[in-house]
Design a protein around this ligand. Structure first.
Ligand code: AMP
Length: 552
């Protein structure tokens, strides 16, 4: 027997319909690519998104066709998204930090027919498209005729002029949004491809809709209509971690930072717009705290930040709380999980403790919400105990988790339907998960694992350190030994001995990095995470000449 409830497909166009209808005057504020801060509302954005849909239809875009965006976070980027998704086409978010060769490979693999891009990317994109084979038929630049870049020939459309005069509603035979099944493909986002070619994760309307409900849970992001949200995490990094759907779903005000993600620019927006909630990778927050240290600036409205994408150093959690009264929630997730998988909101046990005693708990990546199942397995696929000590490969299952990759054959799930995250983790008896390493970053020394994340964490608590990374380097006796790379804060001094002294007593003796290298800048990958692959390659020979008796 079937239930007698309505058939109401979970498609994301309904999210913006709802925002426009129930929160129509709520603002979306953007630092525009042209320079000034510009303001719009959900009602206006909704109308312009419909205009985008009309324009795309006229260009011949139909359900299932891929339309790419190459843009920073802005209201324009949002209206383009909903305009694409609303007609059942697939919104493919390109990452501008990728090399043009990789970008074109992804465009080719995805079969993108149209690209809508910020004007700042026009020179790079036009040069890349001119010299390589791609399926792209049309480039639309997200500005007006007055800002047409000199490189853009007459076949390149300028967005505002292309949009002007198109209907902002469904009226009179114009295309309607929705009216397709909730399993219809909705968004496409490629993983960073640190191993092999990048892989396309193809979200459905249903998975994005359910992910919106999932992250709105109080112990996940817990967003509300009263919130003012600054998504610093880019829309091309797994849907700005879902915020581009969740904020309109509840009618929160959005503050879009454009391309300026440095400490000073972020601080200015936080204060002038009264931001209460924000989300970004750790490196962005380190930049903000350094700016506040240098200027004595305050955070007068911010209440909560989500930090994820890579392990959150303890110093961020502590300083946000002690110095600014801001709660940090540590999140884990990946492109393949839409992306939120776990969140470090305190449970009753942890919440009862003074903040300093909550720290070890909050450092972990947290608990999965309803809709995410986790398990740990060993190399043979047998389940590992959830005792908070044993570690294994982290496996995940749920309606917001990928079951395959775009245009790529091959099974990615185990026999029970779990996806292998490639992360190594423990889970304690209370269900709290902690990542010890990415499987490919794990350091194996004398047959035992060393957690790079734990050493990095302690190294970053040194007052002179801006950023730290630990990589495994081949060693003649121990297979691999840890090497510590350090980027100091401007004006700070420390030598290798000082770093080793700082670690001493805080980590097992055999975990001690044999060497410390100071870099002007630790290289970051396309999603703002430390590029360990580049560091491993650069320092591959560091211990090659080590005397066999020296280490250990
Ligand atoms: P991406 O798909 O680019 O977002 O990368 C996902 C990967 O980032 C995960 O599989 C983890 O290895 C890593 N990651 C994400 N969040 C965290 C976190 N809070 N702590 C440690 N690693 C993380």
């Amino acid at each position: 027997m079937l239930g007698l409830m309505q058939d109401w497909p979970l498609t994301v166009d309904r999210i913006l319909d709802h925002a426009a209808h129930r929160h129509g005057t709520r603002e979306i504020v953007s630092r525009s690519v042209e320079g000034p801060v510009v303001r719009t509302t959900y009602a206006e954005l909704h109308g312009r998104a419909k205009q985008v849909s009309h324009g795309l239809r006229e260009l011949g875009i139909a359900r299932g066709d891929r339309v790419a965006t190459l843009a920073w976070n802005s209201a324009r980027h949002m209206e383009v998204w909903y305009g694409i998704m609303g007609i059942g086409a697939v919104c493919h978010t390109l990452n501008p930090r990728l090399h043009p060769d990789q970008l074109c490979w992804i465009i080719q693999n995805a079969g993108d027919q149209v690209i809508l891009a910020d004007i700042g990317f026009a020179p790079m994109l036009l040069a890349a498209l001119a010299t390589r084979e791609t399926p792209v038929e049309r480039l639309i630049l997200l500005s007006d005729e007055a800002h047409r870049p000199p490189q853009a020939g007459p076949d390149v459309l300028m967005y505002e002029d292309w949009l002007a005069g198109r209907p902002a509603t469904d009226a009179a035979g114009a295309p309607a949004w929705g009216r397709f099944g909730e399993e219809t493909a909705c968004g496409l986002c490629y993983t960073s491809g640190t191993t092999g070619d990048p892989k396309g994760v193809l979200y459905s309307h249903r998975s994005n809709f359910l992910h919106t409900f999932l992250i709105l849970q109080a112990d996940i992001m817990g967003l509300s209509a009263a919130d003012v949200i600054l998504p610093i995490v880019p829309m091309f990094h797994a849907n700005a971690w879902g915020v581009a759907f969740a904020a309109p779903a509840v009618g929160a005000k959005m503050v879009m930072p454009g391309s300026r993600l440095d400490g000073a620019s972020v601080h200015e927006l936080l204060e002038t717009e009264g931001v209460t909630f924000s989300a970004a990778v750790p490196t962005v927050w380190q930049g903000l705290l350094q700016h506040l240290d240098a200027t004595g600036g305050k955070l007068t409205t911010l209440k909560r930040v989500v930090i994820g994408g890579s392990a959150c150093p303890e110093v961020l959690l502590r300083r946000f709380w002690d110095d600014y009264g801001v709660e940090v929630r540590h999140a884990w997730g990946m492109t393949e999980t839409s992306p939120v998988g776990t969140m470090g909101a305190p449970d009753a046990r942890a919440a009862a403790l003074p903040f300093a005693e909550q720290l070890p708990w909050r450092m972990k990546q947290g608990r999965p919400p309803l809709g995410i199942e986790l398990k740990l397995v060993d190399d043979g696929g047998a389940e590992v105990a959830e005792d908070g000590v044993s570690v294994g490969r982290l496996m995940v299952r749920g309606p917001t988790v990928a079951r395959g990759y775009f245009a790529r054959d091959g099974e990615v799930l185990d026999a029970d339907g779990f996806f292998d995250t490639g992360d190594i983790a423990s889970i304690d008896p209370h269900g709290v998960m902690q990542i010890t390493d990415r499987a490919k970053d794990v350091i194996k020394s004398g047959g035992e694992w060393i957690s790079s994340i734990e050493i990095e964490n302690i190294a970053t608590s040194h007052p002179g350190v801006a950023m730290a990374a630990v990589v495994g380097v081949a060693h003649p006796k121990w297979d691999e030994r840890p090497l510590l790379l350090v980027q100091l804060k401007p004006g700070a001094t420390a030598d290798g001995k000082a770093m080793q002294d700082h670690l001493s007593g805080r980590i097992a003796k055999w975990w001690m990095p044999d060497d410390v290298v100071f870099l002007d800048e630790i290289p970051l990958g396309a999603t703002g995470k430390v590029d360990k692959k580049a560091l491993r390659a650069k320092f591959a020979e560091r211990y090659a000449a080590t005397e066999l008796s020296a280490a250990g």
